[in-house]
Structure formats: structure tokens, C-alpha cells
Design a protein around this ligand. Sequence first.
Ligand SMILES: Cc1cc2nc3c(=O)[nH]c(=O)nc-3n(C[C@H](O)[C@H](O)[C@H](O)COP(=O)(O)O)c2cc1C
Length: 185
Amino acid sequence: MRMPKKAEFPLSEVRRYLEPGPVVLVSSAHKGRTNIMTMGWHTMMEFTPALVGCVIAESNHSFELIRKSRECVINLPTADMAKTVVDIGNTTGAEIDKFETFGLTPVPAERVKAPLIGECHANFECRLHDARLVKRYNFFIFEVVAAHVAPSPKNPRAIHYRGGGEFMVAGASISLRRRFRPGML
Ligand SMILES: Cc1cc2nc3c(=O)[nH]c(=O)nc-3n(C[C@H](O)[C@H](O)[C@H](O)COP(=O)(O)O)c2cc1C
């Protein structure tokens, strides 16, 4: 797997990568231990600040790491990483070191302790913004505080989980820019 170089990216534009709902890898760290989990569903809740909501099941090893450290990184894998994405979601960090097992590179983040996954197209550093729904629904609301995105390809082949072990690969884009009201883009 190659490791694309990233450039700084405006936080107000993070939605371009997360709003369409690609499968992501969530990396975390707490007390010197790191981990990665696969996440199929998340939702952009606000653009500025960039708020992302998601459910992390309590049974996942990642749950405690993220709840206690109040941080994580949302990493965007591409189709060439699909098998690894599934394997990461079918193993637990309670038993293995996923960075080592899956040959992924932990890259130090700027603003959080959780490592970025170097091989992913984009990395979004997150801090827990609101934990009020965690107890009741395991629903975390994160604020993206730093974003790193590979400038090319412009439209990465992200994968979207359809359930039942099937994934949709992001494909062609069309632009309907001129139909938008000013300020609605
Ligand atoms: C395609 C896919 C999507 C998943 N989506 C989620 C999700 O949105 N939320 C969640 O809590 N677990 C989700 N999982 C399950 C976790 O990734 C899985 O339980 C993983 O083993 C947790 O790892 P951990 O114990 O090391 O934290 C998904 C798994 C796969 C394969």
C-alpha cells in the first residue's frame, strides 16, 4: 500500500470528504496503546465548526480508548484498502496491535495523541465536542480540529458500506454548481 503525501486542508471544507458517507477507519490512543476500528456510518452535523456524529459500540475496544482520551482520528481509506478495512472491523485491538498486524503506518498527529494512518487518503483529527449522548446511545459528537488531505486524486475511490458484506465504490462525479443559490454550495 502506498502512503500519499498530505497537505494542510481548510477545516470548513472537511464536509467534501465526509458528507457522502464513506467507510472510515477510526484510530485512537490512550495510555500508550493505539487502536483502529472500521466505521460504516457517521454524519456531518455542522460544517463550521466541522462536527461529525457517529455511533461507537460499547463492546468495541476503541470505545474506552476514545471515551477516556476524548480524541480520535477519522481516516479515509480507498478501495485498494478494502480487504484491510474489513479485517480491521473483524478483529479487536484488545487482542492484537492492528497497526502492526495490518502493516499500517502510525503518523504523529498535530493536535491529538491518536496517530494518523499514513496509507489513508485523508486524516481528520478529532476532539470530543459533546459526550451527552454517549451514555444513552453510544453516540459521539466530534469536532474536526485538523485535516490532512492528499491533493490527488481529487475524487478518491472511497468505499461505502451497503450491509451484507457489500461495498459501493465511489465513482463518477457531476457538477450542478450553477443551479445552486449563492451560499448554498
Ligand atoms: C464495514 C464495517 C462497518 C462497521 N461500522 C461500525 C460502526 O459504524 N460503529 C461501530 O461501533 N462498529 C462498526 N463496525 C464494527 C467494528 O469495526 C468492529 O467491532 C471492530 O472489531 C472494533 O474493533 P476494536 O474492538 O479494536 O475497537 C463495522 C465493521 C465493519 C466491517
